[in-house]
Write a protein that binds this ligand. Structure first.
Ligand code: PEP
Length: 253
């Protein structure tokens, strides 16, 4: 059985006290409400990792993650944060290749391979993001586009390494726009991704990889999207900043 995962990407939001309040609320709801069997990951800004990590301690279901890491192990890279640093703060996951990083920070497929290597060699599970812009969707070449992203960044990894990676399919036109992919569109792409992984690593490995959907996922659409056979959870942006909405999404399986 592959893992069901809901990960919250806070992006550059929440001052310290707001992040602590949000985390405490989520911790209480997860303890009090039936959400068993779902791995929940909070990805706050780096500067809140320690405070958020302390609040998550002792709740088996809740994990800490970074939103990014350096492609380098250590050294004179002012402003960068290494995967080893994230691990030393208790992180278990790290988002790699979010479309905002690809677009605004010009992160390439090759750079994302290096970041993924850093994450894996420090015991972190990469949440590797892929997804097409609107014009590619409209041209009908979205499957090929996403497969190329995965081939370019991930197909050099061994089977054992790949099994530690979580894929997040996030159509860029659905991120933060309120315009979600339909459950059928999500399923179609997730199945194509799993097929593509199977072509390289075999069916058994492909069936072990969790593939999350991201893009305007909310409590009112999560249930339908998560009901699809190849959708194993969600990477949640905006709705992860509201404890009630986020936990309702966690409860949508
Ligand atoms: C994201 O940025 O990963 C995301 C899915 O954002 P939103 O849920 O706000 O669309």
């Amino acid at each position: 059985m592959r893992k069901k995962i809901v990960a919250g990407n806070w992006k550059m939001n929440c001052l310290l006290e707001e992040g602590q309040k949000l985390t405490s609320e989520i911790v209480h709801m997860i303890k009090d409400e039936p959400t068993a069997g779902v791995t929940v990951v909070l990805n706050p800004p780096y500067v809140h990792l320690q405070a958020v990590g302390r609040l998550l301690a002792g709740v088996d279901q809740l994990f800490l993650g970074g939103q990014n890491c350096s492609d380098k192990a250590s050294g004179a890279y002012t402003g960068e944060i290494s995967a080893a640093m994230l691990a030393s703060f208790g992180a278990s996951y790290v988002i790699i290749g979010h479309s905002e990083r690809r677009e605004y920070f010009k992160e390439t497929n090759e750079l994302l391979t290096e970041k993924t290597k850093q994450a894996l060699s420090n015991g972190l599970h990469p949440i590797f993001c892929c997804g097409e812009p609107l014009e590619i969707r409209e041209s009908g070449s979205h499957e090929a586009y996403v497969k190329d992203q995965l081939t370019a960044s991930l197909f050099g990894f061994t089977e054992e390494e790949l099994k530690k990676i979580v894929i997040a399919y996030e159509p860029i036109w659905a991120i933060g726009t309120g315009k979600t992919a339909s459950a059928d569109q999500a399923q179609e792409m997730h199945a194509a991704i799993r097929n593509h992984l199977a072509g390289k690593y075999g069916e058994t490995v492909a069936h072990e990889i969790s593939i999350l959907y991201g893009g305007s996922c909310k409590p009112d659409n999560a249930k339908e999207i998560f009901s699809k056979p190849d959708v194993d959870g969600g990477l949640i942006g905006g709705a992860s900043l509201k404890s009630r909405d986020f936990v309702d999404i966690v409860k949508s399986f």
